[in-house]
Design a protein around this ligand. Structure first.
Ligand SMILES: [Zn+2]
Ligand SMILES: [Zn+2]
Ligand SMILES: [Zn+2]
Length: 55
């Protein structure tokens, strides 16, 4: 396993770090998932363990 470039989700409350190729891109920023990419408009968190970002 080599070190992949990981980026932190662009959601400010989110603590998730994701691999760029698996990230959801929105407006040039990388997010860990759809919930973060949409700014938590639906009120749901990203669903990742240990993270309770809700925008
Ligand atoms: Zn998160
Ligand atoms: Zn996120
Ligand atoms: Zn988020």
């Amino acid at each position: 396993m080599s070190d992949v470039d990981r980026v932190k989700c662009a959601c400010s409350d989110c603590v998730c770090v994701i691999a760029p190729e698996k990230a959801v891109e929105q407006n040039g920023r990388l997010y860990c998932g759809d919930a973060c990419a949409r700014g938590h408009g639906s009120g749901s968190g990203c669903g990742h363990a240990g993270c309770d970002c809700k925008g």
